[in-house]
Design a protein around this ligand. Sequence first.
Ligand SMILES: C[S@@+](CC[C@H](N)C(=O)[O-])C[C@H]1O[C@@H](n2cnc3c(N)ncnc32)[C@H](O)[C@@H]1O
Length: 430
Amino acid sequence: MRPDLRKRMIFGRHDITRDAPISRLHLLVCRNTLMYFNVEAQSQIIDRFHFALRDDGFLFLGKAEMLLTAGDRFDTYSIRQRVFRRRHADVASPRSITPARLDVYRSPEPREMSRRRHLRDLVLDTAPNATIVLGSDGTVALINGQARTQFGLTSHDLGRPFSDLEVSYRPVELRSLIDQAQAERRVLRATTVERRIAGDEAQYFDVVIQPLAGQDGSVDGVAVNFTDTTMATRLQQEVKQVRVDLETAYEELQSTNEELETTNEELQSTNEELETTNEELQSGNEELETINEELRMRTGELNEARTFLEGVMSSVAAAVVVLDTGLKVRTWNSGAEDIWGLRASEVIGQPFFSLDFGLPTHLIRDAVTKCMSSAGQLQDAQVNALNRRGRAITCTISCSPLNEARNGVVLLMEEQPAAAGEQPATREPA
Ligand SMILES: C[S@@+](CC[C@H](N)C(=O)[O-])C[C@H]1O[C@@H](n2cnc3c(N)ncnc32)[C@H](O)[C@@H]1O
């Protein structure tokens, strides 16, 4: 301080809520202090300041501070600089300080009040909900911490017309709601207001517009409170979606269930059919087993009969040849192998009259044909032949029908014993 000025200064301790105001001041500077007090205390302090100033004296407040409810006692000198001017006493309202009211300032409790007020302000400022308070003239009177964070507001926005701020129309048109709340003097609400933020993200708020009643019952301002319901709204949306999904899943389940029931019925009927088929198969199987058993027995009997027949055939010294009705060789016994030198395996199934061996078969064709047609009559023939060694023999051939020629004929061939001195014949018989 310049010493010449310093000499004219008085420093003193002064509690603006308690101590008697110094009177007749030209200029009262009180910056960034009022805002720590609640509306009621501010009003009392403003009363004191009013009392302290002389007519036309200046009151200089902080950037974030306003004279909201003192329009009757102060004129705005510079809103930007927050300079206000005390009105002349003759136009001042009856709310001006009177000696009687000064008694209140000396009450013994202001420190406690100040402390409580400070706590109240702290609570408001740190409250989880964003709160913006407007004065009766529509300017911003208070912005709490959450409102500053949420809507990017600063203390510079204090004193500005609320309608200049983006928050007045986004995310919800508040200006008309505020007017309505003030006019109707009732609380209005806007629920689940959506606010788009970066990308596809959205925030949701419940907004409450609360008119604030002044001491005389008039509306002094409006508090706008934003409750962030993003989490609850998202959960509700998720629950809704889950419910829809559940209903879809339930319907799908029901239709699947019906399909399953149908399939089950089909399966049951198929099962019954299968059981019937199984029973039929079982009975068929039993029949087959019986037939099989019979077949086995018959096969055994047949094998026995064949063995017996083969035994008989091989024990007969004469050649026995059985022809079927088509004149093909059916049986060619060992006697025939001995005389003619052909093995049974070479001739069985071959046409008898096309076989080439020592017997001139064309000579007995008539006898065989007759035997076949006469059905039952024995035909004999004597034929000169060559045996397997190329020796001329005379062969007696008996042709007898088999089962009255129904199954062919049996040829019994016997070599006649040669007469003494008889010469062997040539290969070609007469
Ligand atoms: C945020 S500071 C502002 C200081 C200065 N006026 C400025 O603008 O930088 C608030 C001041 O108010 C003072 N204060 C708080 N309660 C007071 C009261 N009841 N009477 C007088 N001053 C008070 C504090 O001591 C503090 O210095």
